[in-house]
Design a protein around this ligand. Sequence first.
Ligand code: ATR
Length: 273
Amino acid sequence: MSDHYAVIGNPIAQSKSPMIHGMFAQASGQDMTYTRIEAPLGGFKDAVDAFRAAGGKGLNITAPFKLDACDYASERSRRVQLAGAANAMKFVGERVLAENFDGVGLVRDVTHNLQCALKGKRVLLLGAGGAARGALLPFLAQEPLELVIANRTLQKAFDLASIGAQWGRVRSSSYAELAGHSFDLVFNATSASLRGELPPVPASVFTHCSLAYEFAYGKGLTPFLRLARNSGVNPLADGVGMLAEQAAEAFFWWRGVRPETRAVIDKLTVPLV
Ligand code: ATR
């Protein structure tokens, strides 16, 4: 019988994970199935219990259950402990292992696919929510010259920078304080783009910038990317590579086989125009 995996969330119809893992499985000859589970709000535990009872081997977790997955696990990686959130689980007997591959997927996309090193660079991260938190440790592991976290609610940026301080050079900033400062790499981890909004970032941050990266994917030229483009930044990237790479990390964790991501990225890419 095939090993069974799924992605769990609410809503879940929009998830690309079944398609991505289906492509990975086919290309690597893995005997597995991968479906969607829409758990009711407050119903995460029951849904996962039922999935495990039916022999399920692993899950991806998406909104709004990433914190529930962290609580549900019996073993949490350091990345999960830091992020307080998990996006993948593996079931081994009674053990429930939790991982968070969002940040490592992002770093692999930037350093491998986009061929852009973080080491020694001045890096600006916009936002201090769950997405930014997931990127913190993987970013600092790359040893940037400096990581600046800017957020509307300054206290959240300060708290995140305080957590990161033990791993590398990181500080918080308001948006206003960014005026006149430039960064080598700028990442938008806010959820502003999902509503077509622009975080109040001054265009000066792009003056010497060699990559503007939008965490959201499939939205085309978001207001953030448009501002970067109009400031002369090249290349621009959205989160399609991050999506594919975090999936590849989970696939490798589950199956012991590292899938190629290029075909998935090509299939899901929406032109940035
Ligand atoms: P996610 O899991 O996507 O990170 P989240 O944890 O709700 O979602 O965090 C959303 C992030 O986007 C926060 O950093 C939020 O800023 P605040 O903490 O100040 O609320 C940021 N954000 C959302 N809309 C924004 C906007 N229009 N401009 C700037 N930042 C915005």
